[in-house]
Design a protein around this ligand. Structure first.
Ligand code: ATP
Ligand code: MG
Length: 608
């Protein structure tokens, strides 16, 4: 079952992949014997106090903030209203952000008041600071750490890269607050991590496997932990992680404060989450159903597996001729990731691959190269689908459709971070048919144009609802059989030596030849009920009014078809033409072998 076993759920394998070993005993807590601690530090700012109930309701309505649960404080509208210490505000001010995002506006007062909570808001909407800054307030009110004490705040994250990223954000604010933080994750030497823990850290960001390892051998403990965060909580509670989370949470006093965050909150985890929460408040920003960040233009191409590679190349030619062209291509399996990266590099594309079977050294190197270096194309499995914040990613391509609609939301959410916009292309094949209904719902919610072929597919399926989370059973087939050795990458589609990349070293040299592919006429399926103007739900104050944000946005002239398509969709003037008209195989000219590969940054030889 290679399609199944090779799937990369980005799990920290430090734990060995099996069920948790039983070296950690479940603690039995007697609350009356535990030292008392405070968790409500919220003092409402006078401007907030003066705000009327109507004003609060008006704010929540315009920002689409929904609150469920008892005693949720009023939102704060300005950074200073959150009453953070001045050294925290100083760091915020350095970023020149205009206002808190809606999840911060409502999440900060709630978290500072000590309540357990679930915070659900779009990808790229600033959830990391929504939980980290209240953590600093929480810690500042606790007794100092003593020798042998473990962390006061524990943040659990599903991937090593995300854990490291959160640690970078934490470190920025910890420096100003004279707090110490560290990141505990698998695949890296244990020595430095153990030394950090021994020195004492108030904030520990961890992937579950390595943390359990350290807890088992007594390198740290959670008896001081009173502020627990599950970032990407639905992922942390799904079947891949849940036993480990339980094991960790059993080590933490039950009167702790627990906070869960994600952009998606499928019903399958809601009940389970309640095992870890007490009298909690849930905040949702945006639609209550599964929803994508509205700053993303979503384009779905319904095609066959065999067509994908050719389409990918044509798409990349367009993208690479754009000034801002940072792109993540998501594939389903590690093997596919390796194959696609190899073929792309062979043909001169500046691509790098990342997946869970690579050494951590290589994963870190590749991600850094993508963030700051010369490789604008990252081929990735779902190991990169959650939480990663690379600000200038402009395009996400779902080469293989993900296994769950939640993963789709997170993957495309790697673009349009903060106030930015981005575009997501998705190849959708008959194999993915059972997910058509969910995808249509997501597109509709975001006022996107819907490919009639997708609608047709959903109709053919008889309008059946969700196929269940993950759909593992149905998905065990070998996904890459369709694109095997003789598939399009090995075939002439990808060997098109006329493309203008390869030995010429410049991409998109032949963009003219493609303009028809992505542009073309917009007829075919009426216009009207799409476009993004009707939603008022931006992540950020500045993007709150999308009509304005998109209306005033000038997209780069770019290649005719592509640029035009973006403009059309974002302004909802006319239907974006569906690109990717499949080329009958007979029309693909037989061309000479591809040019030799151009030297793009090669990962050093990392031991695996
Ligand atoms: N108030 C703000 N105004 C503008 N940008 C902000 C604000 N707060 C945070 N950001 C920036 O927004 C970006 C996205 O933040 P973050 O990674 O926390 O998003 P997220 O909601 O956790 O997304 P995901 O669901 O993908 O994990 C970061 O670069 C962060 O610095
Ligand atoms: Mg996040």
């Amino acid at each position: 079952m290679p399609g199944f076993s090779d799937r990369d759920r980005g799990r920290d394998r430090g734990y060995g992949g099996g069920p948790p070993r039983d070296r950690l005993r479940k603690k039995h807590w007697n609350l009356s014997e535990l030292p008392k601690f405070q968790k409500n530090f919220y003092q409402e700012h006078q401007d907030v106090t003066h705000r009327t109930v109507q004003e609060v309701e008006q704010f929540r309505r315009t920002k689409e903030v929904t609150v469920k649960g008892r005693e949720c404080p009023k939102p704060i509208l300005k950074f200073n209203e959150a009453t953070f210490p001045s050294y925290v505000i100083d760091v915020i001010n350095k970023h020149n952000w205009s206002d808190p995002t809606p999840i911060q506006s409502q999440g900060w007062p709630l978290a500072i008041s000590g309540k357990d909570m679930v915070g659900i808001a779009q990808t790229g909407s600033g959830k990391t600071l929504a939980y980290l800054l209240p953590a600093i307030v929480h810690i500042q009110h606790q007794p100092f750490l003593e020798h042998g004490d473990g962390p006061i705040c524990l943040v659990l994250a599903p991937t090593r890269e995300l854990a490291q990223q959160v640690q970078q954000v934490a470190a920025e604010y910890c420096r100003a607050s004279r707090l110490k933080s560290t990141c505990i994750y698998g695949g890296a030497p244990k020595g430095p991590q153990i030394r950090d823990l021994e020195r004492g850290v108030e904030i520990c960001i961890a992937t579950p496997g390595r943390l359990i390892d350290f807890l088992e051998c007594g390198k740290t403990n959670l008896s001081r932990c009173t502020y627990l965060v599950l970032d990407e909580a639905d992922r942390m509670l799904d079947m891949g992680f849940e036993p480990q989370i339980r094991k960790i949470v059993d080590q933490i006093r039950p009167d702790r404060q627990t906070l869960m965050w994600s952009a998606t909150w499928p019903k399958e985890v809601r009940q389970l989450a309640e095992d870890f929460l007490k009298d909690y408040v849930q905040i949702n920003v945006g639609a209550l159903q599964l929803s994508a960040n509205h700053n993303i233009l979503q384009i779905v191409d319904v095609c066959n597996d065999m067509e994908k590679e050719d389409k990918l190349i044509r798409l990349l030619e367009e993208i690479m001729s754009e000034k801002e062209n940072k792109t993540i291509i998501f594939v389903e399996t590690k093997r596919r990731c390796d194959e696609l990266t190899r073929r792309m590099r062979r043909d001169g594309w500046p691509a790098m691959g990342i997946h869970g079977d690579k050494s951590q050294q290589e994963r870190d190197w590749v991600l850094n190269e993508f963030k700051y270096g010369k490789a604008p194309i990252l081929v990735a499995t779902d190991v990169a689908s959650r939480g990663l914040d690379v600000e200038d990613v402009k395009f996400v391509i779902n080469y293989d459709y993900p296994n769950s609609s939640e993963d789709y939301i997170h993957r495309i959410g790697r673009t349009a971070r903060s106030q930015k916009t981005g575009t997501a292309y998705t190849f959708f094949t008959p194999n993915n048919m059972k997910q058509a209904g969910d995808l249509i719902a997501v597109l509709r919610e975001a006022n996107q144009a819907i490919n009639p072929k997708l609608l047709q597919m959903a109709e053919d399926r008889g309008g059946r609802g969700r196929g269940g989370r993950g759909g593992y059973k149905d998905d065990r087939r070998d996904r890459y059989s369709g694109g095997g050795r003789n598939g399009p990458f090995g075939g002439s589609g990808f060997r098109d030596a006329d493309r203008g990349f390869g030995s010429k070293g410049a991409f998109g040299g032949s963009k003219a030849q493609n303009s028809g592919g992505y542009g073309g006429s917009s007829d075919g399926y009426g216009n009207g009920n799409f476009g993004s103007s009707s939603n008022g739900q931006g992540n950020f104050a500045a993007a709150g009014n999308q009509v304005g944000a998109f209306g005033s946005q000038s997209f780069p002239a770019g290649p005719a078809g592509f640029g035009a398509m973006q403009r059309a969709a974002h302004n909802s003037l006319s239907h974006p033409p569906f690109p990717f008209a499949p080329q009958p195989p007979s029309q693909i000219p037989q061309l000479p072998p591809p040019p030799p590969m151009v030297p793009f940054p090669m990962p050093p030889n990392f031991p695996q």
